[in-house]
Ligand binder design. Structure first.
Ligand code: ATP
Ligand code: MG
Length: 377
């Protein structure tokens, strides 16, 4: 065959294939919303029709014999049938894989356990893996939401318990004073005052927490010398420590500074110190330390509480959670707090882009609360 004839065949075949391809594109546009199976069938059909059309045109041009044309048509037909069958089989498989993905997406809504499909083409497998990942994250946030709802419910019942008990006491004392049957009115007045102060502090804490959770906590960060802050907190806690026969002390790396809201950080430190003093037995030691930790600043309070159990280590920062002894009081008087202190600490620290954690310290038979704050840049 001459080069010219070959070029002519190529040109004619290309022309026919382009025409059939253009019609195929048009049909593809019309069936674009149909199943992938139809699209695959279309590809196979376009390929077969392109070959047919090319063969026919060339036959006309080159005046092929009827016999040759029949042979070409038969060969093209067989390959067209096979191509269509292959397209149908692949289309069926693709549609099966997409059904699995569909079920996975439905699983997201129903919360069924993630199911990874490792068959199918790379793109669908990647999509399936992504879906399984999303499903897992969704499940853990669903669990967290349930748990938050539960802790909110617990908080309401705990706080109402913590307010109802002292209110009943206050009413009894007020009635006794009113009826003039109080044996020691001065003691009653002092008790009423102390209970009212504690209840007011509890309401303040609740208000602070609602501001933290609403994200409207106003911080005025300034550069603070950590040693000053620690000295002030130690001086503030000293009377309570002395009353409990507890030694308190601290050390801070020289020149250590942090950018934080002074009132917020003092609150963090005093909450941690008060807890430490409350949970350390008489003659124990409570220590505050300020250290550089790489780019960050670590402020920690260690005590001699005897260690926290694993379940307690996980829950101490939960809103309203209190250890067994902290909540119940045998005499029915106002419990020491409402389990809000550490939730406030966490909220304030996180508002400073820091984090707070607790760990047991074997050597001192106690625990250590550490606050990690970003260092000055
Ligand atoms: N230093 C500590 N040592 C041992 N247990 C602690 C310590 N600090 C806190 N806890 C436990 O964590 C619980 C929650 O502490 P949190 O400060 O949030 O509440 P609270 O001290 O009981 O009440 P509030 O702080 O509202 O007055 C406490 O009831 C106690 O069981
Ligand atoms: Mg507390």
């Amino acid at each position: 065959m001459t080069t010219g004839a070959a070029a002519e065949i190529l040109g004619v075949a290309l022309g026919c294939a382009l025409v059939v391809g253009a019609i195929g594109l048009l049909v593809a546009r019309l069936i674009r919303r149909r199943s992938l199976r139809w699209q695959l069938l279309l590809v196979a059909t376009v390929a077969a029709l392109g070959a047919y059309a090319g063969a026919l045109a060339i036959a006309q041009l080159m005046f092929l014999s009827a016999h040759d044309l029949t042979v070409m048509t038969l060969v093209s037909s067989v390959s067209a049938v096979v191509a269509t069958l292959v397209a149908a089989v692949v289309g069926r498989a693709v549609s099966g894989w997409s059904t699995v993905l569909h079920e996975q997406v439905r699983g997201l809504e129903l919360g069924t356990p993630p199911r990874l499909d490792d068959r199918g083409p790379a793109e669908l497998r990647a999509l399936s893996a992504e879906l399984a990942d999303v499903q897992q994250r969704l499940e853990s946030s669903r669990q967290r939401e349930l748990w938050l709802e539960e802790s909110r419910r617990e908080l309401v019942s705990w706080v109402s318990h913590d307010l109802r008990t002292p209110l009943a006491g206050l009413r009894a004392m007020a009635e006794a004073l009113e009826d003039g049957i109080a044996a020691d009115p001065d003691r009653f007045h002092r008790q009423i005052r102390a209970d009212v102060d504690r209840m007011a502090a509890m309401v303040d804490d609740l208000f602070e927490l609602s501001r933290i959770h609403a994200g409207v906590l106003k911080l005025n960060p300034t550069t603070l010398a950590l040693s000053d802050l620690v000295s002030e907190a130690l001086a503030g806690a000293a009377p309570v420590a002395t009353a409990h026969s507890i030694r308190i002390g601290g050390s801070v790396d020289a020149g250590l500074e942090v950018s934080a809201d002074p009132a917020g950080l003092s609150r963090v430190l005093s909450n941690l110190l008060m807890n430490a003093i409350r949970h350390t037995p008489a003659d124990g030691v409570v220590e505050v330390t300020g250290r550089r930790r790489g780019d960050a600043v670590e402020l920690s309070v260690s005590d001699g509480c005897g260690g926290l159990r694993p379940g307690e280590l996980q829950r101490v920062f939960d809103l309203g959670w209190q250890g067994d002894q902290a909540r119940t009081r045998a005499d029915g008087s106002l419990a020491q707090g409402a389990g809000l202190g550490l939730a406030i600490v966490k909220g304030i620290v996180e508002a400073h882009s820091g984090r707070v954690q607790v760990e047991n310290v074997e050597s001192t038979r106690g625990c250590r609360f550490s606050v990690l704050l970003p260092g000055l840049t």
